[in-house]
Design a protein around this ligand. Structure first.
Ligand code: FAD
Length: 396
C-alpha cells in the first residue's frame, strides 16, 4: 500500500493546476484536508476556451467548468473562491488570506499561475484597451466584438492570434500588431511564421509586423480611438486587445527566497521547491526536465495538468517526476496547430504540405527530431509525441 500522508494540503490558486492537484490527491486516497483557494469568483474552468470558443460566440462562459457542480463538495475539497492567499509564512507553515483567515498547512502547493502583462511603454491606457486572462476578461472583450467594429490586437503571440481569429469569425475588422518580423518566429521559425502571417492576411487581417506601440489616442469620452505605432502610423480602432505576455503571480511567496530571478518557482521534476513541504506546479513553476537536461517553465495546459498530478502523487508518497515531451496546441484561422518538443534552435526545419495541412520537423545537425509542428494533422502530432517520448525516455 502506498503511504498516505495525513494533514492539510493548502493549494494557492484554483486554476487548472490547483484543481488537478486537489482532485488527484483525493483520487489517490489522500485522507487529510484539501483546501483550494482561488481569487476568481468562478469554479475552476477551462482557460484555453476563452480566446477561442467563448470569444467566437460558440460556447457560453457558463459551460467552461472543469468539473460538474457539486464535484468539489463530494470530493471533500474545500473550495474557497474570491479569496486571495496574501502571504505565506513558511517557517510557521501558515498562510494569510484576503478575508482574514490564517490557514495552517502541512503541504503548500503554489499554483497561482500568471497574469496578463500590462503594456508599460505606452503610458496610461484608455478605456476599451483590454487584456485576456480570465473569464471575466473574455466576457468583457466579447461585448466589443460586434460585426463591423474595429479591433486592434497588440501582440502576435498565441493570445493575439487566437483573439484575431475569433474576432474575424464574428465579422470584426482586425489589425494585428507585432514586434517580431513574423509571428511565433522564436518558437516556430521565420518560414512558418511567414506562412501564418500570410494566412492571417488571407482571412482579412491587417498584419503590421516589426512595430511596437508608442501610445493611444482617445475620444472625448476617454475611450480608445486609435493606436499610435512607434513608426508614427496610427491604427483607428473601437477597442484594443493587448496580448504581450504574462507576469507571474508569485506575490504570496515573494521574499521567502523561493523565487528565481525570472519570478518563477524553481522545482525538481516532482514539483518540490527547495523548502520541504512546499511545491509548485503550472505556469509559475520552472521545473527540472531530466530528459532535456534543462530547467523549463511552460505556459501550456498539458504541462500544468501533468505537473499538478505529479505534485499530488509526490505528496501521497510516490516519486513522480513529470518529464513528458512539452506539448501545446492553438486554434487559429481554421488551423489546429499542435507543437511537440522543445528546441531553442535547430539546424533545419523540414516543411511538408501547405495551406490547410502541413507538418514541420525541427531537426538538429545530425537529423534528429527536436520538435515538430502539425497543422490540422492530429495523427501526425500523436506520432511526433510518441517519437519524442521514446527518445526522451531513453535520454532520461
Ligand atoms: C486565453 C488563454 C488561452 C489559452 N490557450 C491555450 C491553448 O490553446 N493551449 C495550451 O496549451 N495552453 C493554453 N493556455 C495556457 C493554459 O491555460 C495555462 O497554461 C494554464 O491555465 C495554467 O494553469 P495554472 O493553474 O498554472 O494557472 P491559471 O490557469 O492561471 O490559474 C491560476 C489561478 O490562481 C489564481 N491566483 C493567482 N494568485 C492567487 C492568490 N494569491 N491567491 C489565490 N488565487 C490566486 C488566479 O486568479 C487563477 O485563477 C491559454 C491561456 C489563456 C489565458
Amino acid at each position: 500500500m502506498r503511504p498516505r500522508k495525513p494533514g492539510t494540503v493548502l493549494i494557492a490558486g484554483a486554476g487548472l493546476a490547483g484543481a488537478r492537484c486537489a482532485e488527484t490527491l483525493r483520487a489517490g486516497g489522500f485522507e487529510g484536508r484539501v483546501i483550494l483557494v482561488g481569487e476568481e469568483r468562478e469554479v475552476p474552468y477551462e482557460r484555453p476556451a476563452l480566446s477561442k470558443e467563448v470569444l467566437a460566440g460558440e460556447r457560453e462562459a457558463s459551460a467552461l467548468a472543469l468539473r460538474p457542480p457539486g464535484f468539489w463538495d463530494e470530493a471533500g475539497i474545500e473550495l474557497v473562491l474570491r479569496v486571495r492567499v496574501e502571504r505565506v509564512r513558511i517557517a510557521q507553515r501558515l498562510a494569510e488570506t484576503s478575508d482574514g483567515r490564517i490557514l495552517a498547512w502541512d503541504s503548500l502547493v503554489a499554483a497561482t499561475g500568471a497574469r496578463a502583462r500590462r503594456l508599460a511603454s505606452a503610458g496610461a491606457t484608455p478605456a476599451g484597451v483590454r487584456y485576456l486572462r480570465t473569464l471575466e476578461d473574455a466576457v468583457t472583450l466579447r461585448r466589443e466584438l460586434v460585426p463591423g467594429a474595429r479591433l486592434a490586437v497588440v501582440g502576435s503571440g498565441f493570445i493575439g492570434a487566437e483573439v484575431a481569429s475569433s474576432a474575424r469569425a464574428r465579422g470584426v475588422d482586425v489589425a494585428l500588431i507585432g514586434r517580431g518580423i513574423a509571428p511565433f518566429e522564436r518558437i516556430l521559425g521565420g518560414e512558418v511564421g511567414r506562412l501564418l502571417a500570410e494566412r492571417y492576411r488571407a482571412h482579412g487581417v491587417e498584419v503590421r509586423l516589426g512595430v511596437g506601440v508608442a501610445g493611444f489616442h482617445s475620444r472625448a469620452d476617454g475611450h480608445v480611438r486609435a493606436i499610435v505605432l512607434d513608426d508614427g502610423a496610427e491604427i483607428a480602432c473601437d477597442a484594443a486587445l493587448v496580448g504581450v505576455g504574462t507576469t507571474l503571480a508569485t506575490e504570496p511567496l515573494a521574499g521567502d527566497g523561493l523565487t528565481a530571478t525570472d519570478g518563477s518557482l524553481p522545482t525538481d521534476p516532482c514539483g518540490r521547491t527547495g523548502v520541504p513541504g512546499v511545491f509548485a506546479c503550472g505556469d509559475i513553476a520552472s521545473a527540472w526536465r531530466p530528459s532535456l537536461g534543462l530547467r523549463l517553465r511552460f505556459e501550456h495546459w498539458t504541462s500544468a495538468a501533468g505537473q499538478a498530478a505529479c505534485v499530488a502523487r509526490t505528496i501521497l508518497g510516490e516519486e513522480c517526476p513529470y518529464d513528458d515531451p512539452p506539448y501545446f496546441w492553438s486554434d487559429q484561422f481554421g488551423l489546429r496547430l499542435q507543437h511537440v518538443g522543445f528546441a531553442e534552435s535547430w539546424a533545419r526545419a523540414e516543411i511538408e504540405g501547405e495551406g490547410n495541412s502541413f507538418l514541420v520537423r525541427y531537426l538538429d545537425g545530425d537529423g534528429r527530431l527536436l520538435a515538430g509542428l502539425a497543422a490540422n494533422r492530429p495523427r501526425e502530432a500523436a506520432a511526433l509525441r510518441r517519437e519524442l517520448a521514446a527518445r526522451e525516455a531513453l535520454a532520461a
